[in-house]
Design a protein around this ligand. Structure first.
Ligand SMILES: [Zn+2]
Length: 220
């Protein structure tokens, strides 16, 4: 009990923990600690163009590994929506570096209604909004998830993942994306099946080109 009160007080007065490793931050350290700034698994490939169908390329600040993977899990499953601030800053950095001038509209991979109800928030929407904010832009809803799919993380093969998300999305307003170059944001890219299906849906509805950006890239 004593320990709980102590922890509670500590969190109250020093609530800032490193988003990646959860060590307490010193004042003036923002989001992550100096060790994580140095050693977190970065995406060293820059703009990745050899994966995923229907979109031209995907950029990411990090690889989906170690502390980054754990942070994404907390962001998605432990109600730590506040992480979108740091995630959005990092995604904005790489979008600015790799995709500046290549898109007209920012959007995200939506959860289904049931998924949103279960989680209480749409993590990709928050990430897209935070990213856009850092780019002095706004994120717009262009896709809706119309099929409840199984979790992609439970699937092993690329074909299985593709089949799982096939036909899962529809465009909310075709006027919004017609002849536009669209930037689609998500938290993680693994095989690119989900982003590919979103891109296919956008292209079929009249979008000109699709680029993607994620916080963490799980490929090779
Ligand atoms: Zn850290």
């Amino acid at each position: 009990m004593k320990e709980e009160i102590f922890t509670g007080l500590k969190d109250l007065f020093f609530p800032q923990k490193c988003v990646l490793c959860r060590k307490l931050l010193k004042s003036r350290q923002r989001h992550i600690c100096p060790e994580c700034a140095k050693s977190a698994p970065e995406n060293t490939r820059g703009l990745i163009t050899d994966t995923g169908e229907f979109f031209s390329g995907c950029t990411a600040p990090y690889r989906y590994d170690g502390v980054v993977r754990e942070a994404v899990h907390r962001y998605k499953f432990n109600n730590l929506q506040g992480y979108c601030e740091f995630f959005g800053e990092k995604v904005a950095e790489v979008v600015d570096r790799d995709l500046a001038g290549k898109f007209d509209i920012i959007t995200w991979v939506p959860l289904s209604k049931a998924g949103r109800r279960k989680r209480g928030y749409d993590q990709a929407m928050l990430l897209a909004m935070a990213t856009a904010l850092n780019l002095n832009d706004v994120a717009a809803e262009t896709l809706r998830k119309i099929k409840n799919t199984m979790a992609q993380s439970g699937m092993t093969g690329a074909a299985e993942r593709r089949a799982n998300v096939m036909g899962a999305y529809e465009v909310t307003d075709e006027e919004l994306i017609r002849d536009k170059r669209v930037l689609v944001i998500d938290d993680v890219m693994t095989t690119g099946a989900t982003l590919g299906e979103c891109a296919r849906t956008l292209l079929m509805a009249g979008a000109k080109e699709v680029w993607c950006a994620v916080f963490a890239y799980a490929g090779k």
